[in-house]
Design a protein around this ligand. Sequence first.
Ligand code: MEV
Length: 442
Amino acid sequence: MIAPIAGFSKFSKEEKIEWLANTYFHDRETVISMLKRYWNSDEKLQKLHDEFIENTITNFYLPLGIAPNFLINDQMYAIPMAIEESSVVAAASKAAKFWLDRGGFKATVLSTEKVGQVHFMYFGAKEKLQHYFHHIKPELFATTNHITQNMEKRGGGITNIELRDKTDELNGYYQLHCTFETVDSMGANFINSCLEQFAKTFATAAEAFDAFSAEEKDIQIVMSILSNYVPNCIVKAEVSCPVAALTESESVDANEFAAKFIRAIDIAKTEPYRAVTHNKGIMNGIDAVVLATGNDFRAVEAGIHAYAAKDGRYSSLTHAEVADGIFRFWIEIPLSLGTVGGLTSLHPLVKLALEMLGKPNAKELMQIVAVAGLAQNFAAVRSLVTTGIQKGHMKMHLINILNQLEATEAEKAYFVTYFKDKTVTHSAVVNAFTTYKSENAS
Ligand code: MEV
């Protein structure tokens, strides 16, 4: 068994790599040179990235692509997307172009409320706790003044603090359920700092609250943390066009296409197995933009999936209908994003991504991200109900297979043309490549 390592975080980067290579690999030299190959030659830039996290040994590249031609609320955008899946950017670009010719995307932010909670245990009389809460509430606001001042100047702050009785679900469990407006920041640090101050004030002042018995004075704070579930921080994005304008080729009947598309959405609404994959396709677009703009995609993922299950069953995040001859397709999702703070001013590529989007505020970024999700879903469902997904998917994957086979640039160009009118499968590419190689061996 490998011996545990003490004080690892204090090692230099070289020492960490040495330890890793010696401990887990046979070919240490190859591992070390591979890790160093991904270091940036600009030492200042490398140091910046090293310091984002602990124990950095190298950089992990993801492609940054752009999907141009997105018309959103009458403005043209090229959307930055950081993602490894081969067909995602192509699909987004295709959907953008399709809707560009049909009036583009409309997006609206419906609400911007963020949430945080202080979870605590109290086993005394309920009315006394209520009484205490009303007594202490002004002080909860007052003692966070030093944290909220700047946020208030920007138009945000604490919007409410509520006492919630959760004792029906867990004996002795209560919450301070708190809501916030964090304007252009995602607000995690702001919210958590406020919550920790609430907890401190709430527990300390209880000790001096005369109406409490000795036992009641002992409010036990369990934890104070923001919630990534933000069902009142909602953005809506939509597209619409006359049904007749839905198809590009005469071989596909527009009414049939619309009906089949809506049926596919209905299936994702009723069948969780399908809904998960349907929503995964939406997240292909959302995560890629969230990541490229330096936001927390894990928080966004968790919040959106919880929202997809808000009615008691996991369901589609998108909706479609035909009314009066107009096809309408829309998405409504919770999104907690920031365009200031965090990585937004630190990571040079994040800065560039935000600049490319015209330095959006958080609401504008919410709209762009929701549109990326809707576009991705439109592209996926359109393929699924017409050609099938593999055609486009495998065309994009062809280059990955050729790279695995170590094809040269000339060979890649040859096979892209060769497969233009053929079905791409992994084995078809391997077979064609092997035949080509043996026929062209000198
Ligand atoms: C693949 O990454 C995403 C899709 O499976 C989404 C869908 O099925 O709707 C194509």
